[in-house]
Write a protein that binds this ligand. Structure first.
Ligand SMILES: [Zn+2]
Length: 170
């Protein structure tokens, strides 16, 4: 039995692109106003005198929303970790901090192409040096997240397995 307090409904656009997560209250409000079609139900059952129904797990809007999400992904620690899969971009172990490839003290910018997730060890090795003055190598060049990346920032790193088939991430 799912937990209603932590339950989230994945809401898709009418084009089936992932749009957002909704609380049970919000999902039910959308359902009762016929703004969504349920694609998958959760096992959380609500009963009233007249009816019994399941809170949706995945639902699609019945109308098209021009995605307000062609927005830019906020450049913050969590999103950098998500882009870099929580892996040190120098050595491949679990990342614990963020490194500015060109150090800020040497004019490096705080932007997507100059920040990577990195581990403590590499962070110490790198310190305030230019990359070329260290033994470290980047495994790939960091880029600005594109496409549906933002949905990852909404659903987090462990999306509900029942959402998987609807999360076509680019
Ligand atoms: Zn490392």
């Amino acid at each position: 039995m799912g937990n209603i307090n932590t339950h989230k409904t994945l809401i898709l656009n009418s084009t089936f692109q992932p749009l957002s997560l909704a609380t049970p209250q919000r999902a039910l409000a959308l359902l009762f106003s016929r703004k969504i079609n349920v694609l998958k139900e959760s096992n959380i059952n609500l009963r009233s005198v007249e009816q019994s129904f399941f809170i949706p797990k995945v639902a699609a809007l019945t109308y098209y929303v021009k995605a307000p999400y062609a927005r830019r992904v906020a450049l913050n620690r969590e999103n950098i970790f998500i882009r870099d899969s929580y892996i040190c971009q120098y050595c491949g172990v679990d990342a614990e901090s963020i490194d500015h490839i060109v150090p800020k003290s040497k004019g490096g910018l705080h932007d997507w192409s100059n920040v990577v997730a990195c581990c403590k060890k590499c962070n110490l090795l790198k310190a305030d040096k230019q990359l070329s003055k260290t033994i470290l190598n980047l495994q790939k060049n960091p880029t600005v997240p594109e496409g549906n990346f933002w949905i990852k920032t909404i659903i987090g790193n462990n999306p509900d397995p029942d959402w998987k088939e609807y999360l076509i991430l680019t």
